[in-house]
Every structure is written in C-alpha cells, then in structure tokens.
Design a protein around this ligand. Sequence first.
Ligand SMILES: CC[C@@H](NC(=O)c1cc2[nH]nc(NC(=O)c3ccc(N4CCN(C)CC4)cc3)c2s1)c1ccccc1
Length: 273
Amino acid sequence: PKKQWSLQDFEIGKPLGKGKFGRVYLAREAKSKYIVALKVIFKEQIEKYKIQHQLKREMEIQTSLRHPNILRLYGWFHDSERIFLILEYAHGGELYKELRKRGFLSENKAATYILSLAQALAFCHEKDVIHRDIKPENLLLDHEGRLKIADFGWSVQSRAKRRTMCGTLDYLAPEMVENKAHDYAVDNWTLGILCYEFLYGVPPFEAESQTDTFRRIMNVDLSFPSTPCVSTEAKDLILRLLVKDSSKRLSLQKIMEHPWIVKNADPTSICNK
Ligand SMILES: CC[C@@H](NC(=O)c1cc2[nH]nc(NC(=O)c3ccc(N4CCN(C)CC4)cc3)c2s1)c1ccccc1
C-alpha cells in the first residue's frame, strides 16, 4: 500500500533554492533519517497561474521516469494551502553555479554532461516525453558529480503544444521562437546550446536585447571565439546540432557516437544502463 506522507514525517532544513512557483528545502525523513529535497508550492499560486495541469503532468512524468540522470520524485502530499513534492537530494547543487565559478568547463566534463543529457533525453523520448526546458538552472549534480535533470514543470507527454514564453530566450530552438509546432528535436538543439555554453561559458546567441537574441537564433548567427581553445571535433558536434531545419539535427543516438563524445566523455561518470 502506498505510504501517505505528511509534513510530520519530515524535519525541514535550510532552503536550497527557489523557482517561479515555489521553494525547495533540505529535509530529512524522521524515521529513516533519509535526506531528501522537499519542494513546496502554494495552492493559491497554482490557482493564480493556472498551472494545475502542468504540475500534475510534472508529477506523473517525474514519478514514472526512472533514469540515473533524472532526478527522482519519490512521492508527494498536501495540506490546506500547500503541495509538497518529495524529491531526490542532489548533493552537488546546481551545475550552472559550477559553470559560473569556473568560467567554462573542460572538454572531458562538457562531453560527459552532454552524453548524460543525451542518454536521459533518449530515455524520455522513448517514453514520449519532451522536457523542452533543458537549461543549466535545471541541471543538478549528485555527490559523485553525476548530472541530474530536475524540474519537469515544462515537460509534455508526446505532441508538444504552445507554451507561454518565460525566462531567457537563449535556449529556445528556432521553431519554438517562431512558435511553430515543434517536436523532440527541440531538445537536440538545446544540447547544442548547452555544449557551446559548457565550453565557452556563454550561450552562443547571447545579445543585449531579446530582439537581438531572437534574430541571432533565427539566423543561426553562430561564431566561435578564439579563446578558450576548443577542439575541432567539439565545434563539429555543435555545428551539427545548431541547425535550423529540425529534421537535419544530429539524432541523440548519433550524438552518443560522435568522435568528440567517444574520445572525451568520462565513462565512470555516465551510466551505461
Ligand atoms: C531547478 C529548479 C528547481 N529545483 C529543484 O527542484 C531542486 C531539487 C533538488 N534536489 N536537490 C537539490 N539540491 C540543491 O538545490 C543544492 C543546492 C546547493 C548545494 N550546495 C551548495 C554549495 N556547496 C558547496 C555544496 C552544496 C547542494 C544542493 C535540489 S534543487 C526548483 C523548481 C521550483 C522551485 C524551486 C526549485
């Protein structure tokens, strides 16, 4: 029988982070002493922003997806004014903080993270799930430095529908910027954006204004700075992902087999499941 959790079962620790619709706290299950992350979302926020269905989808999806690079949702419960998600605790924190701290990542780390993402996304696409919001803020690291995709709030089951644009445009694929019906290939485009950002420290189409970022995405206005020095193979992978025609982007399978990935990804930090 499914255990019915309640707030009394947990000792709440320090706040870990906050998103648009809630906060996440370090927490410990009182009996087992098991450490988790407890995400708290206020019901009046859910009603106000009409995100009931989105939250329901996030919970269904994240509960059903079991993959080493996808943050686990163990369960949930609610009280009169809040909903609580019991999430896996990622000890290493947010990947983008590591990126900002170091400026840019080594080709080994970048390739390892891109391979982990490709494996997790291939797993999601098998289950007809498109995450659509893969950006450094949604990527966490566990105690072994293994990448975990968090926050499936924007993910959808199978055919993706319109979504309101919020946050940075940097990671949006052309078809999303143009608001055309898009499909799984948006995640492949985003892998190209992330690969560039891991290696250079900034997203490829960054610009002063949203309009300029918009234009640079639509024109795939891509250039590689001379520093830091990045291998030709890495640039080859980025060029095969940041392709406007979504049908011509490198598939997830081909990403996993790309020479730069095979040569640089650290086999111990990935899961060959
Ligand atoms: C991705 C955003 C999303 N976050 C989650 O769902 C989140 C789920 C989840 N599980 N574990 C986490 N870990 C941390 O947040 C964390 C942060 C810093 C840490 N360190 C600080 C530096 N120190 C040197 C090492 C330890 C360690 C763990 C988070 S965040 C979210 C969505 C909505 C509302 C709030 C948060």
